[in-house]
Design a binder for this molecule. Structure first.
Ligand SMILES: C[S@@+](CC[C@H](N)C(=O)[O-])C[C@H]1O[C@@H](n2cnc3c(N)ncnc32)[C@H](O)[C@@H]1O
Length: 510
């Protein structure tokens, strides 16, 4: 076959890759994907169509390994995101260091060329020098695993390590370094695919800590969900999951508590009893509420709401979601559209009253809705916002906390907690909650703005400038419904003006 493969073949190839090892291939990489399809078909002496048929009919593991070798990203280095290693240090010291204790059993899932599991082994050796420990490490890319087993690295890979740690755990060889034998013996590398059920690799409750950092972010939502379920079942209740610093479980799982210590975010698997409680509490909820849904979708260019009426804005958001759901009829998209339609009529009246700043009436309305009675997260969030807007901070805080009992990863609830804490002069707590809201939803403009204002007050103009600039950028494309809910009575234009004035005050105006 001459020339580039057809779009139909490309999209089948893309689907086979997603099915085989989770990876989403971006539109911008379709050209390279076409070349890979031709090259692989030629290597197998097949036409691209026959090659695809073969892949689709029996997802050949050897072929998948070759494709993974071509397509996976292996970027990594020793002690990447050092704060997470500090959190791990404290977990090990408090939960595993007592004499007679076993473990911790640690898995590095998506270990790439080995820097991550070796860093974990170095930390464990330092803290528990007498204990027999093996860190398990798996990856789908055979080339990365071969490099990992070799244990040789350039100085660039060690950029986050102190000199004393480098000389303790590595020796110079040629232009680079090799990992000490004791550390190499402490890591067991295995070939494995997070998208496949493998009873050996993912034995239930077989790890105390799992690192799966910067791996799931490349997966399709379905494969991410499946991989997460495998990892969750492999983790003991009470065990810890570390994701990449920009990855969250928001919208993915109710199985974990969010932890935030040492400047790092990570997760703790709930006990069976806690899990049962959450399941009972969330059983009656629709899959996704309309507020979160309206916010989750950015308007396509040209469909930016005109802003003449907030009710119209929200109506347009629902239409956009429904339209997007029709374009890409996935289960998640259609349930979002369902959620949007469902809750419209339900919370419309209290939202309207919020807009008119009739907070007391709005509260009565929201509390009278069946959604509130069934502890629907959107109704609870709206209640918390209304209470905070009305200056009833203690009540707003309680309401936000109730919401967090149901959905610990609710960015809006953390933002309300930040407002309440700041209103009571507890700036540290306010900052912490703003940072959690930002971590959970990096596109959420208001916590950046709020944090920027607080940092300016506490005399940190540079950090304030960064947050305010981020808020300004995000506000320009922030969803109108979310501005309505969290904007404290200000519209987009007024909030942008506030950002500009504050930025000028810290000497960082555009
Ligand atoms: C960007 S690296 C992350 C390395 C390390 N965890 C870190 O954060 O520094 C992503 C790794 O995930 C691996 N990976 C991708 N898909 C995988 C899959 N389905 N199963 C196992 N590993 C996979 C890639 O081969 C690559 O080594």
């Amino acid at each position: 076959m001459n020339g580039a493969p057809s779009l139909e073949l490309l999209s089948r190839f893309r689907a086979a890759i997603a099915e085989g090892f989770g990876l989403t291939v971006e539109e911008t990489r379709l050209g390279a994907l076409g070349e890979l399809l031709l090259a692989r078909a030629q290597a197998r002496r097949l036409s691209p169509a026959a090659y695809l048929e073969r892949m689709e009919s029996r997802l050949d593991p050897e072929e998948l390994r070759i494709l993974a070798g071509e397509l996976t990203v292996g970027e990594t280095y020793f002690f990447r995101h050092r704060e997470q290693f500090e959190a791990l240090r404290s977990i090990v010291l408090t939960e595993h260091a007592q004499p007679g204790r076993q473990g911790p059993r640690v898995l590095s899932a998506g270990c790439s060329s080995g820097e991550e599991p070796y860093s974990i082994a170095m930390l464990l050796r330092e803290l528990l020098p007498e204990r027999e420990l093996v860190v398990s490490a798996l990856d789908i890319n055979a080339g990365f695993l071969a490099r990992a087993r070799e244990g040789r690295y350039s100085a660039w890979s060690l950029r986050e390590m102190s000199e004393s740690n480098v000389s303790r755990w590595l020796s110079p060889v040629g232009k680079g370094y090799v990992v000490a034998d004791a550390i190499r013996r402490s890591v067991a590398f295995m070939s494995g695919n997070l998208c496949r059920t493998d009873p050996e690799l993912f034995r239930p409750r077989s790890y105390d800590v799992i690192f799966c950092r910067n791996v799931l972010m490349y997966f399709t939502p379905e494969q991410r969900h499946g991989a997460l379920q495998r990892l969750t079942s492999a983790l003991v209740p009470g065990g810890y999951l570390f994701l990449g610093s920009a990855e969250t479980l928001r919208g993915e799982s109710h199985d974990y508590h969010l932890c935030h210590t040492h400047g790092a975010f990570y997760y703790r698997r709930k006990s069976d009893a806690e899990r049962a409680e959450t399941a009972a509490a969330t059983r009656t909820l629709p899959p996704l509420g309309f507020i979160a849904d309206a916010f989750a979708v950015q308007p396509p260019p040209g469909l930016e709401p005109a802003g003449e009426s907030w009710v119209d804005d929200i109506g347009r958001a629902a239409a956009r979601i429904a339209a997007l759901a029709n374009q890409a009829p996935t289960h998640a998209a259609s349930s979002r559209a369902e959620g949007a339609r469902w809750a419209r009529s339900d919370l419309r009246a209290p939202l309207e009253l919020l807009h008119e700043e009739r907070f007391g009436h709005a509260l009565e309305h929201v509390r009278a809705t069946p959604a509130h009675a069934s502890r629907d997260p959107d109704a609870l969030l709206l209640e918390a916002v209304l209470l905070a807007s009305d200056g009833k901070l203690a009540e707003a805080e309680r309401s936000a906390q109730r919401l967090l009992e149901l959905d610990e990863l609710n960015a809006g609830a953390h933002y309300v907690l930040a407002l309440c804490a700041a209103g009571s002069g507890k700036l540290e707590e306010a900052t912490r909650n703003d940072r959690i809201a930002i971590y959970l939803d990096p596109a959420f403009a208001m916590p950046h703005l709020h944090l920027g204002l607080m940092l300016r007050k506490t005399g940190e103009p540079q950090a304030a400038g960064q947050e305010l600039a981020r808020a300004q950028t995000l506000l320009e494309r922030e969803d109108s419904a979310r501005i309505l809910l969290f904007g404290g009575g200000f519209g987009r234009a007024a909030l942008l003006e506030l950002c500009a004035a504050e930025l000028a005050a810290v000497g960082a105006g555009r």
